[in-house]
Design a protein around this ligand. Structure first.
Ligand code: SAH
Length: 368
């Protein structure tokens, strides 16, 4: 007698948003397809916005059938939007399994910047950042990272288009290297989003080995979250400094800009009252920054619940700026955007949980 065993395994489809062009070419090569077809597919997905395989008319019928059977194109969805009085929009984006991240859209007169997340939560414990208080859950996939840009452009629709991307949302992008790099490639890829490398910035707290690795494969702009001019203070504010101290960080920065399109690193420096904002700090910072072609971006500290830190006064911030600027370093004070919706730097957290519960409650009450 024959033994019929039916194994019901639900085969997971491969999400094509996880591939940059090279990745898709390799995937096609594996199944014996011509690599140039990968470019056709990328154009359909990102330039035409056509995600129905049946309508990709310049792709052979047999390949379309294969893709339909084995692959999918799925981007995450925006589940909540808040619009600040200055036009900044904060989006909560659903990543499945209760995981949510936030992305922030910042429209300005002649550009629109999207602040993208790379992880659910963050494993680093920077003491002045509210994302850190939330802990780390998981890395985002390439599809979930590039999906934030897709979702943003979709939501904005006719009203505009994202022109600049900063990897300054939740998470440490260089600790999710393998998924972040293909996403950055898609942002700058001519056949995908085609953004200039000057307009796509990765921000890191200083994961030194990954900075060297990045330099080998990618030459987008880089921002470094510095926040202190000495190891003593930086060890506390940005604890990864204990592993990769300033000397090593600055050496990695110098190596990176050999290939960087901008030829300088943007250093971010959060202004904390009585912690890192003295005249002596400013002078020490000048000394440090003289070792690397740099621009400095001073960020007024954005408070969040249960923090002991306070923002330096405007007067102190301007004085600090003047000292550094007069020493020849291009220095700006970041305009805080989206403050009234907790969308400012370091304010991206899972307040989400509460909010969604609130919505649930309101729904139960028949209000929302
Ligand atoms: N982990 C990466 C990407 C996050 S970028 C990095 O550290 O660069 C977010 C930026 O906002 C970083 O420069 C971070 O240091 C800064 N930031 C975090 N918390 C902040 C706060 N409460 N106020 C102002 N800036 C903050």
């Amino acid at each position: 007698m024959k033994n019929f065993v039916t194994v019901l395994v639900k085969k997971e489809k491969i999400n094509l948003l996880n591939f940059d062009r090279k990745g898709l070419q390799a995937f096609f090569a594996e199944m014996g397809e011509k690599p140039f077809r990968a470019t056709l597919l990328i154009k359909w997905i990102y330039q035409e916005g056509e995600w129905d395989f049946d309508r990709m008319t310049n792709i052979s019928k047999s390949l379309r059938a294969y893709l339909k059977e084995n692959c999918c194109i799925v981007a995450p969805e925006i589940i909540l939007e808040q619009v600040a009085s200055d036009g900044t929009r904060k989006w909560v984006i659903e990543m499945g399994g209760g995981n949510k991240v936030e992305a922030v859209y910042i429209p300005e007169e002649n550009r629109a910047t999207l602040c993208v997340s790379s992880q659910v939560g963050c494993a680093l414990a920077c003491t002045f950042c509210s994302t850190a208080q939330q802990g780390f859950n998981r890395n985002l996939t390439t599809a979930e990272i590039i999906g934030q840009l897709i979702a943003a452009n979709h939501r904005i629709g006719e009203k505009g288009r994202v022109t600049n991307v900063v990897m300054m949302g939740m998470g440490e992008p260089l600790l999710n290297f393998d998924n972040v790099v293909p996403a950055m490639n898609l942002m700058t890829e001519d056949f995908a989003f085609g953004l200039s490398k000057r307009r796509v910035t990765i921000s890191t707290s200083g994961v030194v080995p990954a900075m060297y690795r990045l330099q080998e494969v990618c030459d987008i702009s880089m921002a470094v979250s510095l926040h202190a001019p000495t190891d003593e203070v930086r060890d506390i504010l940005v604890p990864i400094n204990q592993k990769y101290p300033l000397k090593e960080l600055m050496a990695a920065c110098n190596k990176y800009i050999e290939k960087s399109p901008r030829g300088f690193i943007t250093f971010e420096y959060v202004m904390l009252d009585g912690i890192n904002d003295s005249d002596a700090d400013a002078r020490a910072l000048v000394k440090l920054l003289k070792s690397v072609p740099s621009k400095l971006n001073l960020i007024p500290f954005n408070p969040f619940p249960n923090t002991d830190y306070q923002c330096s006064s405007r007067r102190v911030i301007e004085r600090f700026r003047d000292i550094v600027y007069n020493a020849g370093i291009v220095t700006t004070i970041r305009k805080t955007r989206g403050e009234d919706i907790d969308a400012a730097c370091g304010q991206l957290v899972g307040k989400v949980q509460d909010k969604s519960r609130r919505i649930e409650r309101l729904q139960k009450m028949g209000i929302a």
